[in-house]
Design a protein. Structure first.
Length: 135
């Protein structure tokens, strides 16, 4: 799914440090996800295997959401940045999170990409069930 939104591209580009850019993009992403029915459970979850950007519920499904942003087209679409290695890290992190927070709910991995549009707004691309748990 793709939708446009006017929040944060200039703020994102205005940060010299990657952490500041990431925080700007993440805030826009979480706002967008809330408007589209996601309910935040946990954010920036750190485990021994890595970080989960967002754990959220969506229509009865527990979602582990990876958020990626691109300020320009130079490196391809944001969703393409979730490589097989990143998928393995997210799978391990989700496994550790679930060990501490057991659930009977079905789970999935979603990826939300934010790409800078021509008019200075974010273009959001949500891939629900982007990948299966990787070993």
């Amino acid at each position: 799914m793709s939708w446009g939104g006017k929040r944060g591209v200039d703020d994102f580009r205005g940060h010299a440090d990657p952490a500041g850019r990431g925080a700007e993009a993440e805030a826009a992403a979480v706002d967008w996800l809330r408007r589209h029915g996601y309910r935040e459970v946990a954010r920036n979850v750190r485990t021994g295997a890595g970080e989960i950007d967002l754990v959220a519920k969506h229509q009865g499904v527990l979602c582990f959401v990876e958020i990626k942003a691109r300020g320009g087209p130079g490196f391809g679409p944001a969703v393409a940045a979730v490589t097989p290695a990143k998928q393995r890290r997210l799978t391990r992190a989700a496994t550790l999170w679930l060990a501490r927070h057991p659930t009977d709910a079905p789970c999935r991995f979603d990826v939300l990409g934010l790409d800078a549009g021509e008019g200075g707004e974010w273009e959001f691309t949500l891939v629900q069930g982007a990948f299966e748990a990787a070993g």
